[in-house]
Write a protein that binds this ligand. Structure first.
Ligand code: B12
Ligand code: SF4
Length: 550
């Protein structure tokens, strides 16, 4: 059910169902809400009221999705297809076509917007809308329901001036507002041409009219929304627009006396172009309270030759200066991305880039493996750079002329362990010991290779097991003083609030308990307080992590 339109009544089943499979429940589909919001305006009055939204997650089975969709007995099912749901979406469409071939299946979304004729899912569907769907889906539905029937199977999505679109934010339900990360967009497209990225095809960016957008944001705020992720590819492209948005949030966070709080329940996530941070933006950024602002800063590679090969324009010096500024002057959580496997990037040059980035001290470094997205211009390097990709989504690189399969696999494990040990933020002190030396990358790779040999797994590590493995590695392999290692692990473990019993910390934990002199009642009180604080923080923590996932 949505705030803007009444639900379809029991007596009158929906004629259209819009559906997609989100990565997780916390991610609400903005794309489908855009389609919903424009049905009346660009289809015909009354279409919105004949439509319902059904979102699934990757944890659900396609057969159950099919059951739920078919129970609605619609005439048209529109399905949003993305790289993360390409496989279950194909299974779902197969089931729907086998069970109810009379239902018109319309596909849309980035995964089916390119290489249409090479995809089984597109062959099975009745229609595929490529690119933007806001206007074209509405028109197609009108034609499917009222006639005359459309002649074309594949329809190039029309991109109207943004002012002609109805914004989708009233389509967020009260439950979306309370429990999910709200995606919002102040602009579409990107003027840059980084060849690994689908937005490279846009060639330019178009802003939504600022006051109209802020009015919608204000309405969301008034309904209680506090967690926002901007999907703008380049938030700081237009400084006047970015300033207006930052000012919007600052104004709403102010206390009655006009000051800003030290901490805030508000959470806003933006993607930044790293080499563009004028003073006007800095002056606003510094005012944001702790925990309220998160920036995703795409670095991808610090190697100028690689940047040139993939047409990425980036001033490395200015990027480093801006990151340093953000980390030392603002309270924003900074999350920086690197991509492994770009054409011309060797393990050594990637390591140098990682070390350079790590030295700047971002809160998180996201280590991604290159993927060949359908339609992305990087395909032009496939032969010349010896790129071999997995043929299954997400089409990850398997090897290229610079890195062999074994190295790619090593990197994949390292990235996974990096998430567990570094990005999870539970080993601040132990990480310093682990990464010490001339190259943080080499040090972490050594630990990663060791942990893989020792355990043969990359998942299902309890925190306590990681503590014991870190102890073993730091003392036996790195030969660090046992007392120093234990102290670091103990401090990290206590700070994390975990309550288990890592073997290596059995004695120190007992001693710490005694030293704190906590009686049974004191310990129980402390635990209750900890539980209370952690419940209050958990929603925001989940939102922060979901926003950082990319
Ligand atoms: C939010 C998001 C995610 C979320 C998931 C959200 C969810 N719902 O579950 C998370 C963070 C999990 C995620 C992960 C990844 N993502 Co992502 N993500 C996005 C992001 C930032 C926003 C999507 C959005 O809301 N856009 C705004 C809406 C308005 O646009 P839209 O969704 O494209 O919808 C329009 C059209 O596509 C179309 N449309 C959509 N659905 C339908 C349905 C029908 C019936 C019709 C007719 C039309 C239609 O009409 C809509 C309105 O015009 C986009 C970038 C971007 N700014 O779009 C990338 C993007 C979708 N992601 C991308 C990629 C590559 C990834 C990753 C592989 C990245 C990685 N880690 O390497 C992973 C997936 C990992 C995996 N396991 O496979 C690519 C898409 C590739 C693809 N073919 O799908 C994008 C486009 C980024 C890019 N520029 O390259 N992502
Ligand atoms: S990586 Fe970022 S800057 Fe480059 S084209 Fe994609 S969205 Fe634009």
């Amino acid at each position: 059910m949505t705030a803007s339109a009444p639900p379809v009544s029991d007596a009158e089943p929906p004629r259209i169902v819009l559906s997609t499979i989100n990565a997780r429940f916390i991610h609400a589909s903005l794309g489908l809400r855009c389609l919903l919001a424009n049905l009346d305006r660009h289809g015909r009055p009354g279409l919105r009221a004949q439509t319902v939204l059904r979102e699934f997650t990757l944890a659900q089975k396609p057969v159950q999705m099919a059951e739920q969709l078919l129970a609605l007995k619609p005439q048209v099912i529109g399905l949003g297809v993305y790289i993360w749901n390409a496989v279950p979406s194909l299974q779902l469409v197969r089931l729907l076509k086998a069970l109810a071939p009379e239902i018109r299946i319309v596909l849309g979304g980035p995964e089916v917007s390119h290489e249409v004729d090479q995809q089984e899912i597109c062959r099975l569907a009745d229609h595929v809308v490529t690119g933007w769907g806001d206007v074209s889906f509405a028109r197609l539905c009108r034609a499917l329901l009222d006639g005359p029937p459309p002649l074309m199977k594949v329809i190039a999505g029309e991109q109207p001036p943004l002012a002609e679109l109805t914004l989708p934010y009233a389509e967020y339900s009260p439950r979306d507002l309370a429990e999910r990360l709200l995606y919002v967009e102040a602009s579409r497209g990107c003027p840059y041409r980084c060849e690994f990225c689908l937005s490279a095809l846009d060639k330019t960016a178009w802003p939504f009219e600022l006051q109209t957008f802020l009015a919608e944001l204000g309405a969301l705020w008034d309904r209680g929304a506090r967690h926002f992720k901007f999907v703008d590819r380049t938030f700081n492209l237009r400084i006047d627009q970015a300033s207006g948005i930052l000012q919007f949030f600052l104004d709403r966070m102010r206390l009655p006396d006009g000051s800003l709080p030290e901490r805030s329940e508000v959470f806003v996530h933006f993607e930044l172009v790293p080499d563009k941070l004028p003073d006007e933006l800095k002056a606003l950024i510094v005012q944001f309270p702790e925990g309220s602002l998160q920036f995703e800063v795409g670095i991808q590679s610090f190697n100028p030759e690689v940047q040139q090969a993939i047409s990425r324009r980036q001033d490395n010096q200015r990027t480093a200066d801006n990151l340093r500024w953000l980390l030392s002057n603002s309270r924003a959580h900074v999350h920086a991305d690197l991509i492994f496997g770009l054409p011309g990037e060797t393990l050594e040059s990637f390591a140098a880039g990682f070390d350079r980035l790590h030295a700047l001290g971002p809160h998180e470094i996201q280590l991604g493996l290159l993927k060949r997205l359908r339609g992305a211009p990087i395909a032009r390097h496939t032969e010349s750079a010896g790129m071999v990709y997995d043929s299954e989504p997400p089409y990850a690189l398997l090897r290229n002329a610079c890195v062999d399969f074994e190295t790619v696999q090593r990197f994949g494990r390292m990235a996974r362990y990096w998430d567990l040990v570094a990005n999870a933020g539970r080993f601040a002190q132990a990480l310093q010991l682990l990464l010490a030396g001339p190259s943080a990358f080499a040090a972490f790779m050594q630990w990663s290779d060791w942990l893989w040999q020792r355990t043969g797994k990359t998942h299902e590590f309890a925190q306590e097991a990681l503590v014991d493995f870190l102890f073993e590695h730091l003392v036996q392999v790195r030969q660090l003083p046992e007392a120093e290692v234990l102290q670091a692990l103990l401090n990290d473990y206590l700070a994390s609030g975990a309550r288990g019993k890592p073997r290596c910390l059995a004695q120190p934990l007992q001693a710490a308990d005694l030293a704190r002199g906590q009686g049974v009642a004191g310990a129980a009180r402390a635990e209750r307080q900890a539980r209370h604080v952690s419940q209050a923080q958990s929603t925001k923590q989940a939102v922060r992590q979901a926003a950082a996932a990319s």
